[in-house]
Design a protein around this ligand. Structure first.
Ligand code: NAP
Length: 294
């Protein structure tokens, strides 16, 4: 299949390379220059509009404003190849997913929300979990593509916003798990228990899930390189807060992790892994920004 791809960042480049490995012809656009040897087998195109001249187009830009700027404001839907299916794999807001669905419908194009679970190394090994929602025929048209870059495609119904709400909820819960582990370490280190021993205990008994396994390692090794950048995680906590506000609910644990990420990003740590909030809580690092609950 001929596939357009927009956004060759940490996640996008890995996903596009796996599409090439699966035998697809990939024409990709990125805002800033990408060296050819970083994306072997991919044809780099000069304009984002060129990526919409394909059988399907995947977008992996950072957030709602980037997608709005690159695709909607530049009116790419009007000049897209007729019948194309556009798959947005970024983590975007519930409201923007609904707007994208409408704008594609008006342009006579198919739209699928397909945010992903998995960090860049998982994307590179083709083992993402993809949360897909949209019209059944649109999903069917792109499912083979999605299958070639993932371990599993979870189809969540016809309303694209479902996939985005599920993705935002997953990230919110990972942030809470990171903070929960850090707060457990605060209590147990205060009585001299080694954090590696405590984390081994909780992993083997009460909390054996993927998020705990993955982020306990960062806490034990005191290594906070991304991974998933704190600035993008803060974006996702904002999306979760917006979604909860729209249904008239406040989520107190969400407020706590959002505050931690806000402090980290304000202190210039936005490029670090989002588990940097654990480093702040256990005081592996301290941030000098006024009264600090950490
Ligand atoms: P990234 O490495 O920062 O890449 C972001 C991409 O968006 C780059 O291609 C960047 O272009 C482009 N971009 C940003 N603003 C733009 C604008 N105004 N105009 C044009 N292009 C723009 O981010 P990432 O880690 O790949 O994440 C991408 C998406 O995947 C995000 O929605 C994120 O939440 C989601 N996600 C990330 C992870 C993870 O662990 N990293 C996991 C799951 C989901 P330049 O190269 O020119 O900057």
């Amino acid at each position: 299949m001929q596939i357009g791809f927009i956004g060759l960042g940490s996640m996008g480049a890995a996903m596009a390379l796996n599409l090439v490995k699966a035998g697809h012809e990939v024409r990709a656009w990125n805002r800033s220059r990408v060296a050819d040897d970083r994306v072997p087998g991919i044809t780099l195109v000069p304009r984002a509009a060129d990526a919409f001249q394909a059988d399907a187009v995947l977008t992996m830009l950072s957030d709602d404003p980037a997608i709005r700027e690159v695709i909607l404001d530049a009116d790419l839907l009007a000049s897209a190849r007729p019948g194309i299916t556009h798959v947005v794999t970024s983590t975007i807001s519930v409201a923007f997913a609904r707007e994208l669905e409408l704008r594609h419908k008006e342009a006579g194009l198919s739209y699928v929300s397909a945010p992903v679970l998995g960090r860049p190394n998982v994307a590179a090994s083709g083992q993402l979990n993809i949360l897909a929602a949209g019209k059944a025929d649109a999903i069917a048209a792109v499912e083979p593509l999605l299958a070639s870059i993932s371990k599993k495609v979870w189809t969540l119904g016809e309303d694209p916003a479902r996939a985005n709400a599920a993705k935002i909820a997953c990230n919110m819960m990972i942030a809470m798990a990171i903070e929960a582990m850090a707060e457990g370490v605060v209590l147990t280190e205060s009585v001299g228990l080694d954090r590696a021993d405590f984390l081994e205990l909780i992993l083997a008994t009460l909390f054996s899930g993927r998020a705990y396994e993955s982020y306990s390692t960062q806490l034990t090794n005191r290594s906070f390189e991304p991974g998933f950048k704190a600035k993008l995680a803060l974006k996702d906590m904002r999306l979760a807060a917006e979604a909860s506000r729209q249904i008239g609910r406040t989520l107190p644990m969400l407020d706590a992790v959002r505050e931690g990420l806000t402090k980290a990003v304000s202190a210039g740590l936005g490029e670090k892994d989002w588990s940097i909030i654990a480093a702040m809580t256990v005081r592996d690092i301290t941030i000098a920004t006024g009264p600090d609950r950490r």
